[in-house]
Design a protein around this ligand. Structure first.
Ligand SMILES: NC(=O)c1ccc[n+]([C@@H]2O[C@H](COP(=O)([O-])OP(=O)(O)OC[C@H]3O[C@@H](n4cnc5c(N)ncnc54)[C@H](OP(=O)(O)O)[C@@H]3O)[C@@H](O)[C@H]2O)c1
Length: 247
């Protein structure tokens, strides 16, 4: 098992994915943006369970920092694992923002674009030279690409773009045996967009066949599976992980 990078690994789905990947024997480089302490506590949880992880700072909207980040990843791989390559990348970092189409501002639009589409595009490009043959890329999209949800239009549109980009990654990286898949969660109990209030949760539960909202581990274990060899023939797919939301 090699070493993977998970962006936004300090909280929510990314933190849970980091733990699930470590349990499967992967080394984990998890990134945080503002919550260094939360990231460090995930590193400690992984290490006290016998795994190995390192937390690095990365703002996925700051494309100009990606070359330096690649050099830091390279050094981290050499120093902590004695290797030069990555076996996976999870483009997970993100944030939610509710604002109807008629009032969304250009800077809100650009902020969402940078984190949810432009960042994953150029971060993948920047880390490509470190990826080993057989590596796996997982991009976090959203069930809002399938079910229109008022108030999240740019977010959903960029997640839709990321889903299309996933197929292009699979196509263009296939000659290096690098796979790319999208994981598309339904509503998951995290702090995204301020978290779920009781009323919203009740609505989501009523719209979900399995009768509950998702927990971070519901998505994390699928991410870990897609990074593992057992999913080696799954490529270029978008897999919704939503308990049967709006079906
Ligand atoms: N929760 C859901 O219902 C749901 C549904 C569909 C899709 N998703 C997607 O799943 C992914 C994870 O969401 P989550 O629910 O786990 O969110 P979360 O609990 O709010 O955690 C977000 C993570 O992303 C990081 N992050 C935010 N902005 C960043 C930036 N500019 N640069 C780097 N890192 C940044 C945060 O880092 P810091 O804490 O260090 O700032 C944190 O680690 C996102 O892509 C989200 O769109 C979530």
């Amino acid at each position: 098992m090699g070493v993977i990078v998970i962006t936004g690994g300090s909280r929510g789905i990314g933190a849970s994915a980091a733990e699930h990947c470590a349990q499967r024997g992967m080394g984990v480089i998890l990134t945080y943006n503002s919550n260094a302490d939360a990231a460090q506590s995930i590193v400690q949880r992984i290490e006290s369970a016998g795994g190995k992880a390192v937390a690095l700072k990365l703002d996925v909207a700051d494309i100009s920092s990606f070359e330096a980040f690649r050099e830091t990843v390279k050094l981290t791989l050499q120093t902590n694992w004695g290797i030069n390559t990555l076996s996976g990348l999870v483009n997970n970092a993100g944030y939610g923002l509710f604002n109807p189409l008629e009032s969304i501002t250009e800077s809100q639009f650009d902020g969402l674009l940078n984190v949810h589409l432009k960042g994953p595009f150029f971060l993948t490009q920047a880390l490509l030279s470190l990826m080993e043959e057989g590596a796996s890329i997982v991009n976090l999209t959203s069930a809002t690409t399938r079910v229109a949800t008022a108030g999240v239009a740019p977010y959903a549109a960029f997640k839709g773009g990321l889903e299309v980009l996933t197929r292009y990654m699979a196509k263009e990286f296939g000659d290096r045996q690098i796979r790319a898949n999208a994981v598309s969660p339904g509503a998951i109990r995290t702090e995204l967009g301020g978290g779920l209030n009781d009323e919203f949760e009740a609505l989501l539960v009523s719209q979900t066949a399995l009768g509950r909202v998702g927990e971070p581990q519901d998505v994390a274990r699928i991410i870990a599976m897609l990074l593992s060899e057992e999913s080696g023939w799954i490529n270029g797919q978008a897999i919704e992980v939503a308990g049967g939301y709006c079906i």
